[in-house]
Design a protein around this ligand. Structure first.
Ligand code: BTN
Length: 241
């Protein structure tokens, strides 16, 4: 059973949950707005009114190295919840963005705290209209594609997150297969971006934990792990030779 705590505004639900050592497994902190929302790779996450911003605390006995598939499974859980509540299947852009028609509607940030606890942060653009200028071409809100009832989406999300907690180790294979089927990065040319370096590659496959296996034009291959690089998609679907 998840335990929901709601607040109006907070700097970051991930940061706040990390700073609650007494919080129990299954605690969910939900905010209507964040003033310092955090994204992957040290970026910020715009969190104005109109979105669902929440963090889930998981205190699991498995070591973190055994839970590398968690973030992809969270993407599957959120995607299922959006379908349950809104009847819309979103695409997954590796590793953890949910997109509709090429625009990001949800971001996921999984963090560890110093006590081995896992904080799963999820931000969904539901009725957001106030995107900063730099996001206007790449982000969108669910309401642009389908009617959204935020309370209904929240309830669906809580159900799917509870399901995820139970399935995390027992149903990994099936959930990862669903992830791969929805992952629009596979079979595409991508730019692999690490700091200032940008390399063209072909996204061939996912490993069992959701790491991305890419092939470079010279034939060399590499496995890219979550948190080490970001990906820009190219529209073509032609394999590099
Ligand atoms: C990303 O796309 O880079 C990840 C974004 C994650 C945003 C969510 S919103 C709720 C939680 N609190 C945060 O500060 N970040 C996550």
């Amino acid at each position: 059973m998840l335990k929901l705590i709601k607040v109006e505004e907070i700097p970051s639900t991930n940061a706040a949950l990390k700073a609650m050592p007494e919080a129990e497994h299954g605690t969910v902190l939900l905010a209507k707005r964040q003033t310092a929302g955090r994204g992957r790779l040290g970026r910020s996450f715009a969190s104005p009114q109109g979105g669902l911003y929440l963090s889930l605390l998981l205190c699991r006995k498995e070591p973190p190295q055994g839970l590398l598939h968690l973030t992809p499974m969270v993407a599957v859980a959120v995607r299922r919840a959006i379908f349950d509540a809104c009847g819309l299947w979103t695409d997954i852009k590796w590793i953890n963005d949910l997109q509709v028609q090429g625009k990001k509607v949800c971001g996921i940030l999984t963090e560890l705290d110093g006590m081995g606890r896992i904080i799963v942060g999820i931000g969904i653009n539901c009725h957001t209209t106030a995107f900063p200028p730099e996001l206007r071409d790449i982000a969108a809100s669910l309401h642009e594609f389908t009617p959204v009832e935020e309370e209904c989406l929240l309830q669906a999300l809580l159900c799917r997150l509870e399901e995820l907690d139970e399935a995390l180790c027992s149903q990994k294979e099936a959930w990862m297969a669903e992830y791969a089927a929805a992952c629009i990065t596979l079979g595409k040319e991508v730019d692999l971006i690490r700091g200032d370096s940008r390399r063209r590659a072909f996204a061939e496959a996912l490993d069992e934990n959701g790491a991305l296996c890419v092939r470079f034009p010279d034939g060399t291959k590499e496995t890219v792990f979550m948190g080490e690089a970001s990906i820009r998609l190219h529209r073509t679907k032609v394999a590099l030779c």
